[in-house]
Structures are given as structure tokens and as C-alpha cells.
Design a protein. Structure first.
Length: 494
């Protein structure tokens, strides 16, 4: 009976997907120390802020684990790429570790040829197996040397160093890499690293969390501003020196929840739009229009940095495509009591964001307390971007859900991830509707191909369509969702 219902929904879904996308692919994000890559102290790699953070503050990781080995993609990339090919994937999104290319963060302090060779080997292996590489230059692993020297992204100096690092990557890999992403989720890096202090480098105000230094009212905005300038600097380098001959494209990956007004009132709608401004508009407004949203200027005031005319011109229009990460949706309502002291980015939007209404969750809960399954959100988000941000080409660069890592569960049962299949069925169906409605969606990456080291959650949750056996040599097993995806890809011809 279950199989019959699944077959019916599968046929309905694949019928819709004739509308869908040029790359419908599974994502292996990312080949970096803290989640997938491992090899933290091998091949000449220098330390990043995540290495320092997990070793210095194990109490901030739920299971007190560290990501030095992660799931060891560093030594197993050929095996993993063969699995990707077996499942039928056509593209692969990976991240380059800045400190593996530049162990001391700067070109002037030496390029690591072993790091260059490693990523060349990965890229060549992908291409030889028929997989298109999508390469992210920065996924939160600031070289520790730059953090020590000038505070990392708290300093505008980082824009030049990032541009130099990007230049090396374009030069070394750009003959084969035709899809570049400068930054992954600058929102998450700014908010969790500098407002809440739960991610590296672990800075926040003492009234917000267990941090020894930081300022949750100002530092997130400074960091985000410098990330935008670094992003735009990397774009400028590519467009001026490489794009004409290499003929690739370059963009940025942002993340947001979708928000639903908790009440169908003008106040509810206003809260929804403010939440979107503070999550998505914080970055996409400057990239599209050259400045921050008016609602942020009104609420944050002088704490929000200003772009010079030259900076505004640099940032405006700085993408060929937009990467969007979508996981979940929340209700938005006006904050009943607006803080006047102990200010923080997390409350500056003056919006209460909740996952429940009248005692009912907005969607099916998952193993992560922030992630509820709400597929319609991806449809609404795509149409919102279409209307407000000039309908840019979009790749869904992350989309997925987490199961709990239950070490007592028999392997056979752990591989039966039916909820994940339902998650993707719903999201891909709504994504096809968005495309039919005119959203310029070009591709979809599922998060993730492998179970991974999930930041402050450590190894307590599993996002992958491939099970990694942490107790038995990191052996890989395809889950039920991987076979579903294989069938899905075969039926859609993608």
C-alpha cells in the first residue's frame, strides 16, 4: 500500500519535472575541514577559525566532537565521486578551503602546491566521471592567521586578501570550473559567529551568550559589510581578468527562511517583509540595488555601515546568478516589546519568528529544532525573488532535512529515510510550480550527499542520502532516498 502511494506521487512529480531544470543534481557540499573534507593537518593546510573554535570551545559543539577528520573526503574523494556517478548525479558542489591554498591566508606568505594539486585532482576526477563542478570559494573557514592579524572579516583589509585568494583559484582551476560561488551564506557567518557566538569565531555580547568578547549590536553588521565588499572584489577580479577567456559564470549563495504572516493583517504583512529584509535583503538589496533595505536603515540606524559611492557601484550587480539555500519557514508577527537596551542583530528586526500557531507546528518537525518541513515556502520564496529582485537566474544550492543520529538503530532501519523522500517530493513539486510561474530557476542541489559534521550539532544529526558509519571506518551506504533520487533522475532524463 505504501509503495503504491509512493508510486502515484512519484509519477505526478516526474510529470511536473518536465518543466524543471537544467541540472537536477545531488549536492555534496562541501570538501572542507569542518563538515566533509577532513585532512585538517595534512597536505600543508593551515588552521582555520573552525579548527581553533572546535578545539578551544568543545562545549559549544553539542556532542563535543571536532571536525579534523569529518567524513574524510580528503582521502575518499574517488570513492565518493564514483558513488555520485552511480546515483546518476550530473553536478557536484564543493568548497575550497582558503587555508589549504594559502596556509597563512595571504599570497605574499606562500601558496601551497599540495593544496592546488588536491583540488586539481578532485576537479579532474569529477569531470572524468561526467560531473560538472560548482565551486564555492568561502564557506566560513577564515584562515586563523588573518583572524589573528586583523580580526578577519571585522576588518576591511580582508577584501583584498580574499580577492588575491580568488585570483589564484580562478587561475589554477578556471579552465575547467565554469560555475563559481564567492561566499556561502554570509548571513549565517555574521549572525551565528558574531551575534549569537555559536559558530566560529564565537563572538557575541555577554548578555546574548557565553562569549568572552564581541558586540552583538555592531559586529554582525560590520562583518556582513566586509563580506559584501570581499564578494564584490572577487567578482571584479573574475570579470576583469578571467571571464572573457574562461567563459564561466560567478555568483553568491544566500540563505533565508520563508516567512508567513502569523495574522492576516497589515501588521502581519509588515512583519513578514521586515523579516525577509533582515535575512535576505541584507545582502540581496546591496547586490541588486547598491544599498541596504530601508527597514534596516530605520531600525539599526548608525550601527549599520554605509557604502561609499565607489563601494555601492562595486557591489551593485555583482552576480551572474544567485545561489539560494532554503530549508524551512516560520511565522512572523510584530514584536510586542521592542528592546531599548542590550541590542542585537537578532532582535533588531522587531519581529517575533515562531514555528507554531495555535499550538500547531507550521510543518512536520525534524531532528533539528529549527527545521520544519514546509515545501510551499520554496515556491513563495522563488516568486518573491522574481518580483523584488529582477528575476535573476537561481540555483537552489542547498535544500534538505536532518534525521537524528541514533547509534542504537540497526543499519537496515537507518537506511529507510522515508521522511527525506517526502521532503524532496514536496519541494521539487513546488519548485516546478515556481518555474511554471516564471521563476528563473536553473538547478537544484540537495543537501547533502553524505552525512556530515554539522557545525555546532556535531555528528548528532544526519542530512545525507548516503549513510556514513561513524563506528566502522566511515563506510558509506546509500539510503533509500538515494535510490529514490536515482529513479527520479532516470525518469526525468536529467
Amino acid at each position: 500500500m505504501l509503495q503504491s502511494r509512493q508510486s502515484d506521487s512519484f509519477l505526478r512529480l516526474t510529470g511536473q519535472v518536465s518543466l524543471l531544470i537544467s541540472y537536477l543534481v545531488l549536492l555534496q557540499l562541501l570538501t572542507r575541514n569542518s563538515q566533509i573534507e577532513g585532512g585538517a593537518r595534512q597536505g600543508g593546510r593551515g588552521p582555520s577559525i573552525w579548527d581553533t573554535f572546535t578545539h578551544k570551545h568543545p562545549e559549544k559543539i553539542f556532542d563535543r566532537s571536532i571536525g579534523d577528520v569529518a567524513v574524510d573526503f580528503y582521502h575518499r574523494y574517488k570513492e565518493d565521486i564514483r558513488l555520485l556517478k552511480e546515483v546518476g548525479m550530473k553536478a557536484f558542489r564543493l568548497s575550497i578551503s582558503w587555508s589549504r591554498i594559502l596556509p597563512h591566508g595571504k599570497v605574499s606568505k606562500g601558496v601551497n602546491p599540495v593544496g592546488i594539486k588536491f583540488y586539481n585532482n578532485v576537479i579532474n576526477e569529477l569531470i572524468s566521471n561526467g560531473l560538472t563542478p560548482f565551486v564555492t570559494l568561502f564557506h566560513w573557514d577564515t584562515p586563523q592567521t588573518l583572524e589573528d592579524e586583523y580580526g578577519g572579516f571585522l576588518s576591511s583589509k580582508i577584501a583584498k586578501d580574499f580577492g588575491d585568494y580568488a585570483d589564484i583559484c580562478f587561475k589554477e582551476f578556471g579552465d575547467r570550473v565554469k560555475h563559481w560561488i564567492t561566499l556561502n551564506e554570509p548571513l549565517s557567518y555574521s549572525m551565528f559567529g558574531y551575534a549569537r557566538g555559536t559558530f566560529a569565531p564565537g563572538r557575541c555580547s555577554s548578555y546574548v551568550g557565553n562569549c568572552t568578547e564581541g558586540d552583538s549590536a555592531t559586529e554582525p553588521y560590520i562583518v556582513a559589510h566586509n563580506m559584501l565588499l570581499a564578494h564584490a572584489t572577487g567578482i571584479k577580479v573574475y570579470k576583469e581578468k578571467y571571464q572573457k577567456t574562461q567563459k564561466g559564470q560567478i555568483g553568491v549563495t544566500l540563505v533565508t527562511h520563508w516567512f508567513v504572516p502569523k495574522t492576516k493583517t497589515p501588521q502581519g504583512r509588515k512583519a513578514q517583509l521586515k523579516a525577509l529584509d533582515f535575512f535576505l535583503g541584507w545582502f540581496l538589496d546591496p547586490i541588486t540595488y547598491g544599498d541596504y533595505p530601508a527597514s534596516m536603515r530605520a531600525n539599526v540606524g548608525r550601527r549599520l555601515p554605509k557604502f561609499t559611492l565607489q563601494q555601492s557601484k562595486l557591489v551593485k550587480g555583482s552576480m551572474d546568478f544567485l545561489g539560494m539555500n532554503y530549508y524551512t519557514t516560520y511565522y512572523a508577527s510584530p514584536m510586542l516589546s521592542v528592546p531599548r537596551v542590550n541590542l542585537s542583530y537578532t532582535t533588531d528586526n522587531h519581529v517575533d519568528m515562531t514555528a507554531e500557531k495555535d499550538g500547531k507546528p507550521i510543518g512536520t518537525p525534524t531532528a533539528l529544532n529549527w527545521l520544519y518541513i514546509y515545501p510551499r515556502g520554496i515556491y513563495d520564496l522563488m516568486l518573491y525573488i522574481k518580483q523584488k529582485y529582477k528575476n535573476p537566474p537561481i540555483y537552489i544550492t542547498e535544500n534538505g532535512m536532518a534525521d537524528a543520529n541514533n547509534s542504537t538503530l540497526p543499519l537496515k532501519q537507518a537506511l529507510k529515510d522515508d521522511l527525506r523522500i517526502r521532503y524532496y517530493e514536496g519541494h521539487l513539486w513546488f519548485l516546478s510550480k515556481a518555474i511554471k510561474a516564471g521563476a528563473n530557476v536553473k538547478g537544484h542541489f540537495a543537501w547533502s550527499f553524505l552525512d556530515d559534521y554539522e557545525w555546532d550539532a556535531g555528528f548528532t544529526v544526519r542530512f545525507g542520502i548516503t549513510f556514513v558509519d561513524y563506528k566502522n571506518g566511515l563506510k558509506r551506504y546509500l539510503k533509500k532516498s538515494a535510490y529514490w533520487y536515482n529513479k527520479f533522475l532516470l525518469n526525468t532524463g536529467k
